[in-house]
Design a protein around this ligand. Structure first.
Ligand code: ADP
Ligand code: MG
Ligand code: ZN
Length: 469
């Protein structure tokens, strides 16, 4: 049996107004080459001036992920040539990153698990190449010098689900701190997946490959599944995995070799002589700490302790700040927080499009209260959520006007049960012969007769009783 070993490198664009070493704007989607100057275009003789906000934001990311913040940190040149990198080097951090040795906690099938953060460093983004089949290749330098943090994890993940859970949690934490908009479709959050395989129980890691720029949760999961199988097949056949950078193709669901992997000494890193060391005082760290709002885990603990939610549900509700805010506002009105949480997780979140929840927190609380008070059954609750989506209805009035209240009346329900049994002797015989599943078709019929309003629990009990007579 083989297992996978995964480490993630995540690049995140910070939402500072200006770039990391000059005063150019960072607005996404501007006309190409309208947000540039000699510094970010890499003209000889220009000098970079570090934007203090970038340092502050990166420290916040470090504090939010339990990292140690270096008192003194430096910036280095990473040398390589590529057309979107006018200076032919990227200013990054090599051996003295701003933040180190942190961790975040994720929920897995086997409970919660800590994933180590190796380091968080600051660096500048490169420009963008635009390839046109007829006209050739264009360079847009607007992105040159947009501030990035790179968050490198320890190789602590053992499945695609863990990797996705880690990436989601990391995104949630960054969003809560407010230092980035984390829009994967605009490239402000990008993920490289490093993966190797080894025999279960073995300590030594295998040779890894790196899959670049995966920009959705689904792609991360699919790329990992594919690459794991590819590597296992190689090893099983007695071959060796080559250390290389691979590209995941969305259309085929496969990964393809791009280039053999460069090692850090290929980049000839050296300290940037134009930039002074970054000195961070304890006072500054304290001040930044105070600016960080309550993070997902804090809210998660609160939901578990005060509302009795399980860790998994609490994690789902806190993954997005807006969802957590929504849940908390509705929870003020909802009598049973578990039922409320359940409705939000199973129904509301499924309907979200473009991050918009289109049912008011008051309406979902009303629906939750009707459900917890046995006034409506779960299928009516579902229908109500659909009806209240987009429209501003008064849920309680709507239920009365449309006759949606649950039928709990045992006398009436028993009458319906007896009718149904009488009308279908075949199913009765089947039930008596041990085919207990036919009870479902009886429930379905009674639901049909009551417009979906019968209390399914009561009906099911009555049926069991009558059928076993
Ligand atoms: P670089 O990719 O820049 O050379 P590192 O060597 O520090 O950087 O590793 C980058 C990422 O690869 C880290 O997230 C680390 O956890 C992960 N990693 C390192 N070795 C392995 C391995 N054998 N299998 C899987 N992931 C690994
Ligand atoms: Mg790498
Ligand atoms: Zn500039």
């Amino acid at each position: 049996m083989y297992e996978m070993v995964i480490g993630l490198e995540v690049h995140c664009e910070l939402n500072t107004e200006t770039k990391i070493f000059c005063g150019c704007k960072t607005t996404f989607g501007a006309e190409p080459n309208t947000q540039v100057c000699p510094v970010c275009m890499g003209m000889p003789g220009t000098l970079p001036v570090l934007n203090e906000k970038v340092v502050n934001y990166a420290i916040k990311a470090g504090l939010a992920t339990k990292c140690k913040i270096r008192a003194v940190s430096k910036q280095d040149r990473k040398n390589y040539f590529y057309p979107d990198l006018p200076k032919a080097y990227q200013i990054s951090q090599f051996d003295e990153p701003l933040c180190e040795r942190g961790y975040i906690e994720i929920e897995t099938e086997g409970g919660s698990k800590k994933i180590g953060i190796t380091r968080i460093h600051i660096e500048e983004d490169a420009g963008k190449l635009i390839h046109d089949k007829e006209k050739g290749t264009f360079i847009d330098s607007n992105r040159c010098g947009v501030p990035l943090i790179e968050i490198v994890s320890e190789p602590d993940m053992r499945s695609s689900l863990e990797a996705v859970a880690y990436f989601k949690k990391l995104r949630a934490i960054i969003l809560y701190t407010g230092i980035s908009d984390c829009k994967m479709n605009e490239g402000s959050l990008r993920c490289d997946v490093n993966l190797s395989v080894r025999k279960k129980g073995e300590e030594k890691f295998g040779t890894r490959t790196e899959m670049k720029n995966l920009n959705s949760f689904t792609f991360i999961q699919k790329a990992i599944e594919y690459e794991f199988k590819r590597q296992v097949d190689i090893v099983k056949a007695g071959g060796e995995v080559v250390q290389e950078t691979r590209r995941y193709d969305q259309a085929t669901g496969k990964t393809y070799s791009m280039r053999t992997k460069e090692d850090s000494n290929d980049y000839r890193y050296f300290p940037d002589p134009d930039l002074a060391p970054i000195v961070t005082s304890k006072e500054k760290i304290q001040k930044l700490k105070k600016e960080i709002p309550p993070l997902p885990d804090e809210r998660k603990q609160k939901y578990m302790q005060n509302y009795g939610l399980n860790a998994y549900d609490a994690e789902l509700l806190t993954n997005e700040k807006e969802v957590a805010n929504y849940f908390e506002k509705a929870a003020v009105y909802a009598k049973n927080k578990k039922i409320l949480a359940n409705l939000i997780i199973t129904e509301v979140l499924k309907m979200v499009e473009d991050d918009k929840i289109k049912i008011s927190y008051k309406s979902i609380a009303d629906i939750s209260n009707l459900a917890s008070g046995d006034k409506i059954n779960s299928s009516v609750a579902k229908k109500l959520i659909k009806d209240a989506w987009d429209k501003n209805i008064d849920v309680n009035k709507y239920v009365e006007e449309n006759d949606l209240l649950q039928i709990n009346d045992k006398v009436l329900l028993k009458k319906l049960v007896l009718e149904a049994i009488k009308a279908d002797p075949k199913s009765v015989a089947a039930y008596k012969a041990g085919k207990s599943i036919v009870i479902k078709s009886f429930i379905g019929k009674i639901m049909g007769k009551t417009g979906g309003r019968a209390n399914p629990v009561v009906v099911s009990k009555l049926l069991e009783k009558e059928l076993s007579k």
